[in-house]
Structure formats: structure tokens, C-alpha cells
Design a protein around this ligand. Structure first.
Ligand code: ASP
Length: 337
């Protein structure tokens, strides 16, 4: 009898140990990638970005620390960046060629491989919540345009006048892009707008919670001067956003057309799943060889089921931050930091 009790105790100790080793959590965010150069930044602007990045990641980290879900952490963290006029998501989003603002967002839950997305919406204050609402409260994965706006209103999400999203800075960016397009009509408009935009600002968040569940979300206004209801990679599951508990959670930012063609977020997951690459190796291959190989640029953030992270870019900078379970925080802007 004593022997059985002893064996049971040893077994329980073993269980306890494995729970402790597996229980970790972490969160990574981005606020867009692009030609972010020290030469073009003032100390004040830099500090303003770092402050919001830190505020945003602290919100998600606290949720995870208290045992909250990766879904809630991603949603609430992205709200902070959507509400800040600094980023190209929610308030402060870029203008399209018709001088209106059309927002895209997506979310994926790595536990169920469940997902939701919205594109081209004009009145939803926090588009990431609408993407989550589509996932949880509709039989669909992606809703677009006026239908998506109507769905969000029906479900009680906060609705605002389209003017809420406008900022002086983005109105001026559109003017500049349009002027330069007139001068250089040889270059395609999207290419011009990509090159002219010194800073991007799409936002994204990936998180691993204490239960081992991964989640990813991305929210954006797309690209300045976009035309014909253009949709980028951000609301496309597998391109701008992907999460799978067996592999990783990814959110992308950059020149969306190339990210769609390279199926960036899912490709990183597939390299981990089928080739056994680490998240850093997989992100490096996809950003530099695949997207870069086609002539595109941008970056990704990712976290795997063990809490390893990747923050990879082929641009001079990407607004980003990472916080691990011990509360170690890194906030970075430039590639060489
Ligand atoms: N990927 C976004 C888009 O193409 C833009 C960005 O990330 O800045 O719509």
C-alpha cells in the first residue's frame, strides 16, 4: 500500500512539474513597417510612438498575466492602437483616392482555427472587435463594405461618424501622394503611394495565453490613395493574419499585394508545421526570400506555442514591442535596434 502511495506521489510531482514548464505566456505587437529612418524622426515623435506601444502591450500583458484569453489580450491591445491617431488603424487611418477611409481587420483563434474578418468598413470605431464578432456571432468568416458596417451596428458595437477617423496628417499625406502621382505618371499609383509613405502604421498583435492558446489580429486603413475598393492582406486570413495552436500566431504589415501573393502568415506556420523550422527561421525565409524575392517589403510579428517570438522585416524599421511572462519589455522602432 505504502509503495502505491509513494508511486502516486511521484506521479503527481511529475504532473506538477510539467504544468509549470508549459505555463508561459507572451505578447508581441507591431504598429506598421516602412521607411522609418532616424533622420526623419524627431525625438518627440519617437517618444510618442514608444509610449503608445508600451501602453498597448501593457494592457494585453496584464490580461494574460491574470489568466485571461489570448483573444481578449489581442482585442484590447489593438483597441489602444486603433484609438491612437499615430497609427494607420481606426482613428488616424489613411485616406483612399476618393478621400474616404475604408478599414480592414481580421482575427484568428489558434485553438479552433476559427477566424473572422471585415473589409472596407467606414463607421466601426474598433474594426478588430467587428472581426471577432464576425467569427463569434455569424456563420461567415469575412464581411465587407456596408453589410459589415450594418452587422457591427446590429451587434451593438460602437459606431461613429466617418469623420471620426480623419486626421490632418493623413489628409496631407493623400495630397502629397496625389501630387507626386501627377508628376510621375509612369509609376503605378500604388507603388508611388507605398514609396511616398515614410511611415506605415497598420497595427497587429499576437499572443499566447496561460492555457496555451494562440491568437492573432491585424487592423488597418490599408494604403494611402488606394482605389476601387482595394483590399489588402490585413483582412485576409493566411496572408495578413494566421494562428494555429500547433504552430504559431502571425500578424503582418507591409505592401499588401505582395503579402497576399506570398500567403505570408500561413506560409510561416506551414514552414514550422511541415519543415520543423523555428519561428525565427520561418519568418526570415518568408519575409526575405519570398516577399523580398517578389520585390515586396514589410514585416511580421509572431509567437509560437512555447512563447518564442519573431519580429522580422526587410524595411528600415517596424514599430514593435514584446513582453514575456516575466514582464521583460522590449519596445523598438528601427531595424538595427
Ligand atoms: N498591409 C497593409 C495593406 O496593404 C498596409 C500596411 O501594413 O501598412 O493594406
Amino acid at each position: 500500500m505504502k509503495k502505491i502511495t509513494l508511486l502516486f506521489l511521484i506521479f503527481c510531482l511529475g504532473c506538477e512539474q510539467s504544468v509549470t514548464t508549459d505555463s508561459t505566456f507572451g505578447i508581441v505587437i507591431h504598429g506598421g513597417a516602412g521607411t522609418i529612418l532616424r533622420a526623419n524622426m524627431t525625438l518627440e515623435t519617437e517618444a510618442a510612438y514608444r509610449k503608445v506601444l508600451e501602453e498597448a502591450i501593457q494592457v494585453g500583458h496584464l490580461i494574460l498575466k491574470k489568466g485571461g484569453s489570448s483573444q481578449e489580450a489581442v482585442e484590447k491591445t489593438i483597441h489602444v492602437m486603433e484609438d491612437s491617431p499615430l497609427f494607420n488603424a481606426g482613428k488616424g487611418a489613411v485616406l483612399n483616392a476618393n478621400e474616404t477611409i475604408e478599414l480592414d481587420a481580421s482575427f484568428m483563434d489558434g485553438a479552433q482555427l476559427d477566424a473572422g474578418a471585415i473589409s472596407g468598413v467606414k463607421t466601426i470605431k474598433n474594426p478588430i472587435s467587428a472581426a471577432i464578432m464576425v467569427m463569434k456571432n455569424s456563420p461567415h468568416v469575412m464581411l465587407s463594405g456596408a453589410g459589415a458596417d450594418a452587422f457591427a451596428a446590429l451587434k451593438g458595437l460602437e459606431i461613429v461618424e466617418p469623420e471620426y477617423f480623419f486626421t490632418e496628417r493623413r489628409i496631407n499625406s493623400l495630397k502629397r501622394v496625389k501630387e507626386s502621382e501627377l508628376k510621375k505618371n509612369k509609376t503605378s499609383s500604388l507603388e508611388t503611394s507605398f514609396i511616398r509613405q515614410q511611415r506605415y502604421g497598420t497595427v497587429g498583435c499576437v499572443a499566447l495565453d496561460l492555457k496555451g492558446n494562440l491568437a492573432a489580429g491585424t487592423s488597418t486603413g490599408g494604403m494611402t490613395n488606394k482605389k476601387w475598393n482595394r483590399i489588402g492582406d490585413a483582412p485576409i486570413i493566411g496572408a495578413g493574419t494566421y494562428a494555429n495552436n500547433a504552430t504559431c500566431a502571425i500578424s503582418a504589415t507591409g505592401w499588401g499585394e505582395f503579402f497576399i501573393r506570398s500567403v505570408v502568415a500561413h506560409d510561416i506556420s506551414a514552414l514550422i508545421e511541415y519543415k520543423g523550422h523555428s519561428i525565427q527561421e520561418a519568418a526570415h525565409i518568408v519575409i526575405h526570400d519570398k516577399v523580398g524575392g517578389l520585390g515586396g517589403n514589410g514585416g511580421v510579428i509572431g509567437i509560437d506555442h512555447k512563447g518564442n517570438v519573431a519580429m522580422e522585416m526587410n524595411t528600415p524599421g517596424m514599430y514593435r514591442a514584446h513582453m514575456d511572462a516575466d514582464g521583460n519589455l522590449k519596445v523598438k522602432i528601427y531595424k538595427d535596434e
